[in-house]
Design a binder for this molecule. Structure first.
Ligand code: UD1
Ligand code: UDP
Length: 366
């Protein structure tokens, strides 16, 4: 790959999924000697939401950390924007790369655009068409500010077209395919069924649950209703539910006094990527409101129930790997009954696993 006198690319990341999904691009930068440096905003900072992924994925330490931490949307985005602007002014990268739809992404895109630095957006064009989601606002703005739009599928390309964005849109697939390819066998080797034994669960005989979406976990009635649904599943299927709980959710379970509803749910701390891949691969059904899990479940051929009323990953619905259950307990139970016996024959729509190379070729002009 030619570098064509490219000055540096700043790769801006801040949260767990951004680290995981940007890792293949960082690895390719190293392999093809593309000049880059990593800026970590510190949106996620707990050991098990951040450092563990750098260690497991063998990523270089970020050159710069701006430690924005937690806060309201305005506080977090504002701190990111102010500190990123300073760094970009000082380091003068030629381009930046951001991935996904977090506050880190919107701040990175805003900071760069005001300094006339070109922006590449990985995972461009995803739309839930639900503006009550903070992530939807971040996606729309980041896409409209970007100069290179790396759309994972034709669906995302079409979404951009509907908003008048047609220039420099590239359908590249999703880097999650590579993340899974590269790490599944390592996970198998390093973790094997150790985690299943530790949790006293058997292959294909447990549900895996994750929850962290603001609209679900910051709303007491909704969170309660979801846990009531999970308890109904435990009662009907007589199978355990493993729940690596996101810190936001843990905080709200305590705040809303819902701990009693978790008595029968095996709640654990968030785990590393290797451990989580083993848990995903061997699950009977995955229940989640995560974006990345809808994709990973589809690729790993594990049925997925999404605890939301919409998704920016409709490709998984079309494939038949995922259904939208919403958040009401009876709908959650009915969806599990529906998906429990589904044939795992779908094809994953997220590309051939060469996404990061395609992205780098485009952004370096190779
Ligand atoms: C963020 C993203 C979301 C993404 C998710 C991935 C936005 C608007 N949201 O949501 O799109 O799906 O990351 O997991 O950018 N906390 C810790 N330790 C940490 C990080 C957070 O304890 O390392 C707690 C704090 O109490 C914090 C809360 O979790 O207030 C929420 O963190 P925040 O980064 O604001 O949002 P997420 O829910 O993680
Ligand atoms: N993940 C992990 N450990 C966990 C839970 C999730 O490694 O305990 C990984 C998961 O495999 C996926 C990513 O984190 O790649 C998803 O992150 P999250 O659900 O927080 O964010 P989203 O994808 O919804 O933005």
């Amino acid at each position: 790959m030619s570098k064509r006198n490219l000055k540096q690319i700043a790769i801006i990341i801040g949260t767990r999924p951004e680290i995981i999904k940007t890792a293949p691009v960082i690895k390719k930068c190293i392999k093809f000697r593309v000049p880059f440096f990593i800026i970590h905003t510190g949106q996620h900072y707990s050991e098990n939401m951040d450092r563990i992924f750098f260690d497991q994925l063998n990523l270089p330490k970020p050159e710069i950390r701006i430690n924005v931490g937690s806060g309201s949307h305005g506080e977090q985005t504002g701190r990111c924007l102010e500190r990123l602007e300073k760094i970009l002014l000082e380091k003068k990268p030629e381009k930046i790369l951001v991935q996904g739809d977090t506050n880190t992404v919107i701040a990175g895109a805003l900071a760069a655009s005001k300094l006339s630095i070109k922006i590449g957006h990985i995972e461009a064009g995803l739309r839930s068409y639900d503006r009550s989601m903070p992530e939807e606002i971040n996606r729309v703005i980041a896409d409209h500010l970007s100069h290179y739009l790396f759309a994972p599928t034709c669906v995302s390309k079409e979404n951009l077209k509907k908003e008048g964005i047609v220039k420099n849109v590239f359908v590249t697939g999703n880097t999650i395919v590579e993340a899974l390819k590269e790490n599944s066998s390592i996970a198998e080797e390093k973790i094997g069924d150790k985690i299943l034994r530790k949790l006293e669960i058997e292959n294909n005989r447990y549900f895996l649950l994750t929850l962290h979406r603001q609209e679900n976990v910051d709303n007491r009635d909704r969170l309660k209703e979801i846990f009531l649904g999970i308890n109904k599943i435990i009662e009907k299927f007589k199978l355990p539910v493993i729940f690596p709980a996101h810190p936001r959710t843990v905080k709200n379970i305590c705040k809303f006094n819902l701990i009693n509803l978790l008595k029968k749910i095996k709640t654990i701390e968030p785990v590393g990527y290797f451990e989580f891949l083993v848990l995903e691969k061997n699950a009977f059904v995955i229940l989640t409101d995560s974006g990345g899990l809808q994709e990973e479940a589809c690729i790993l051929k594990v049925p997925c129930i999404t605890l939301r009323e919409n998704t920016e990953r409709p490709e998984t619905l079309y494939a038949g790997s995922n259904i939208l259950a919403g958040w009401r307990s009876k709908d959650i139970l009915n969806s599990v009954v529906k998906m429990a016996n589904t044939k795992r024959r779908w094809r994953q729509p997220f590309g051939d696993g060469k996404t990061s190379e395609k992205i780098l070729k485009i952004i370096t002009g190779a």
